[in-house]
Design a protein. Structure first.
Length: 758
């Protein structure tokens, strides 16, 4: 067999292959057989590398290893090439100066291998770079009338996921496409020069995990199922996005990582989907994961089969009781993305900073410096959709609109408004359509004092804390926990007259429970059942596959109990601005714990303000129940409040990180540093920061106190009769506005109307 690493780096994977060959040969034939076996294998190992530095290191390492294994003075010839793997294999390098001819020859030899050499196995760790449009070479663009290989993975418009296809423009996806083109039969036969369509082989990469379930990758998964016979998936990041560094396979990679092995045998039927199996490495430190990998084989226990639909995620499907619950998304008519500002300076924890940032922007007279301050979105190095010369025809509903471009604006800042930046973190934003890349106008048009916005993760599952959160303010794209998500509004209009809950669903619940069920009742029920840690822990194994489901009780008394509890949950998440009912203990103000139970500013020392600079540290002392913020203290803080998190994000730490002195974030990869306007912030701790922090501590304290009741309620709901998703669909309750509703209470039709087992 032949093997290639298309992004060889410093040669780690090829070294591993050589050592594995030596180990197997020595065990089977004896130490004396290692040398000839390595020499023979060297003829069938190929490595491609774009950068000369790593290429030189790989050469030295591999030569030294082969010399040690073969005991030869002159080691076997290496088949390493300095080349762009993604480059056009059908082009000849002819226009290089004499001094670069060795590189030109390497590229020509590499193209010959890419064009004609059959490859049995491709493995490695290809580079990861999102927003890599234009960097995929021949794989992305094709050449001389030949179709670009990536086109094969572009979803057709009728699939309805074209908006997500942009995520295919990632370097690791380009390498996946090159590898499948080369191994699974779209390469050229070396002897005939014709396309070989029935090759067998293996592609095995360790990459980030987005393609396992992202909607933009549906055509990629479809093609892999048609091209391969069997596929194995290993989740290397069960902790989710941005896990603790000691748990990461690659310490510098904060995205979830997976190993995927796709194998094709001869006579693979493209109309029979490949069998896909999945397993996750144990949570915890990377050393434990390496141990698990060393003990792993493709035929031992622990693999779970994945649904076989052509476009289905490469993740285990819903099973057991979980599979019978209706999807959260099926209950709502509309859900969409939150606001994507595209520049961080338009958001701040205090409105005064935003006004000062705007003032500095409009006072800048140099257009180049003004553009730098504005921080335009770049496309191919040029300002993209929003820039200082951009005219925006329509503003954001409810806020001042400026028809002139920013470069000509000398007016005051559009008045900042509250913004749902992260779960439980209310900040401020300049509601100016010229400054926000993707404002999602629907959210602004439907916003009012009645609107409640549920946010939930989309392409990943919750890992801890509440599975959903709520906001009274328009939320950020990353509101849930700093990583994507979907927004489910309560109402489809600002007046609160058109429910975003399916009317057929509401009518069906009225029939089942025997009393009216309103839009707010359903939102409150969902809050009571999903917005607490016990939901996530109970369904931990089911949540491997993203997509929240709602255990929906068929018991009217349990439903009513959940509604009463959920109204308090929403009221707390929204800081007392929604679901107000003074008679039920929910006044129209920031929630407070009972006197003596909540946090208090330390009599010893409060958090000092200017001229003392902003603090940079926050700590908690569990013994004294004291929260230290810089040199100040807040007393009577529960440990559970301090530790409260939303899918790995510790809420208080995250909240403080946006109000500390050093608010910088590490610049990942080759991304640009943020605008200099980001550095405009208060000189010292603001009184409103203290108020906001106390509000947060009271809210979290009351939520923690509700968790036991929510967990008990969930247990009783799951133990009783449930309304199944299948039966709800059969009754038309999950259809659009024209969905069917039951006409009569016929006891013989109970299953039709959604009653199911626990």
């Amino acid at each position: 067999m032949t093997l290639a690493d298309p992004a060889v780096g410093t040669g780690t994977f090829l070294l591993g292959v050589l050592r594995r060959i030596a180990s197997i040969v020595e065990e089977d034939q004896g130490a004396g057989a290692i040398g000839p076996a390595i020499a023979a294998a060297a003829e069938r190992l190929f490595g491609f590398e774009l950068q000369f530095g790593p290429f030189a290191v790989a050469q030295l390492r591999l030569l030294a290893e082969m010399q040690a294994l073969t005991h030869r003075t002159v080691p076997p010839t290496l088949r390493l090439f300095i080349t762009d793997t993604l480059g056009d294999p059908f082009v000849e390098e002819t226009h290089l100066p004499q001094i670069l001819q060795p590189i030109g020859q390497s590229r020509r030899d590499a193209n010959r291998v890419k064009r004609t050499q059959p490859i049995t196995v491709v493995l490695g760790n290809p580079p990861y770079k999102e927003k890599a449009r234009g960097r995929g070479g021949w794989v992305e663009h094709g050449s001389d009338g030949r179709e670009a290989p990536l086109d094969r993975w572009m979803p057709p418009p009728e699939w309805g996921v074209s908006a997500h296809a942009k995520h295919l423009r990632n370097l690791y996806v380009y390498f996946w496409r090159w590898a499948t083109w080369k191994v699974f039969g779209s390469g050229l036969n070396a002897s005939t020069g014709l396309e070989e369509r029935d090759q067998e082989g293996i592609v095995c990469f360790i990459t980030v995990s987005g393609f396992l379930n992202g909607p933009g990758f549906e055509r990629m998964r479809d093609d892999l199922r048609r091209s391969a016979s069997e596929i194995w998936v290993i989740d290397c990041s069960p902790e989710g996005h941005q896990p603790d560094v000691p748990t990461r396979i690659f310490q510098g990679v904060q995205q979830p990582v997976c190993i995927v092995l796709a194998a094709r045998t001869r006579r693979t039927d493209p109309e029979t989907p490949a069998r896909v199996r999945f397993r996750a490495l144990p949570e915890g430190r990377r050393e434990g994961k390496f141990t698990a990998l060393a003990d792993l084989s493709l035929d031992n226990a622990g693999w779970r089969d994945v649904p076989s639909g052509w476009r289905d995620p490469f993740l285990p499907g819903a099973a057991g009781a979980w599979a019978t619950f209706p999807l959260l998304s099926d209950i709502f008519i509309y859900d969409g993305s939150g606001v994507m500002p595209g520049r961080t300076w338009v958001i701040a924890p205090d409105a005064a900073s935003l006004r000062e940032r705007w003032t500095r922007l409009v006072r800048e007279t140099d257009p180049v410096k003004k553009e730098e301050l504005f921080y335009p979105h770049l496309r191919n190095g040029q300002p993209g959709d929003k820039h200082i010369r951009k005219r925006v025809v329509k503003g954001l509903t409810g806020h001042t609109h400026r028809a002139i471009p920013v470069i000509d604006d000398r007016g005051a800042c559009v008045e900042p408004t509250r913004y749902g930046f992260r779960s439980f973190d209310r900040q401020w934003i300049i509601p100016d359509a010229r400054l926000i890349n993707q404002p999602n106008p629907t959210l602004w048009e439907t916003h009012s004092a009645r609107q409640v916005l549920l946010t939930a993760p989309e392409d990943r599952a919750p890992s801890s804390g509440p599975a959903i959160t709520f906001s009274a303010a328009i939320p950020d794209l990353h509101h849930y926990n700093g990583r994507g998500g979907r927004v489910h509004p309560l109402w489809r209009d600002a007046a609160g007259q058109h429910s975003n809950i399916r009317s057929a669903f509401l009518s069906h619940l009225r029939f089942v429970y025997g009393h009216p069920v309103g839009t707010e009742d359903v939102m409150a029920y969902i809050a009571a059942v999903l917005a607490h840690p016990a939901f996530v822990s109970r369904f931990e194994t089911d949540l491997v596959q993203p997509g929240l489901r709602v255990p929906l009780t068929a018991d009217a008394r349990l439903f009513d109990e959940a509604v009463a509890l959920g109204r308090e949950v929403v009221w707390l998440h929204c800081y007392g601005e929604r679901f107000v009912d003074p008679g039920a203990g929910r006044p129209a103000r920031s929630p407070r714990m009972a006197r003596g139970e909540g946090p208090t500013i330390s009599a010893e020392r409060g958090i000092p303000s200017a001229p003392e600079p902003l603090p940079d540290e926050i700590e908690y002392d569990a013994t004294t129940r004291r929260l230290r913020v810089g040199r100040g203290f807040i007393d009577n803080v529960d440990l559970r409040v301090w530790a409260y998190e939303v899918s790995g994000k510790q809420v208080i730490l995250q909240w403080f990180s946006y109000r500390r002195l050093d608010r910088t974030r590490p610049v990942m990869g080759d991304r640009r540093p943020p605008s200099p306007l980001d550095r405009v912030q208060p000189e010292g701790w603001l009184t409103e920061y203290t108020t906001d922090l106390l509000d947060l501590l009271h809210v979290l304290g009351r939520l923690v106190a509700l968790e036991e009741r929510q967990a008990d309620l969930l247990d009783r709901i799951c133990a009783g009769p449930l309304l199944t998703g299948e039966a709800l669909r059969a009754a038309g309750a999950l259809e659009g506005e024209g969905g069917l509703t039951p006409a009569a209470a016929d006891p013989d039709q109970a299953d039709l109307f959604g009653f199911g087992g626990s």
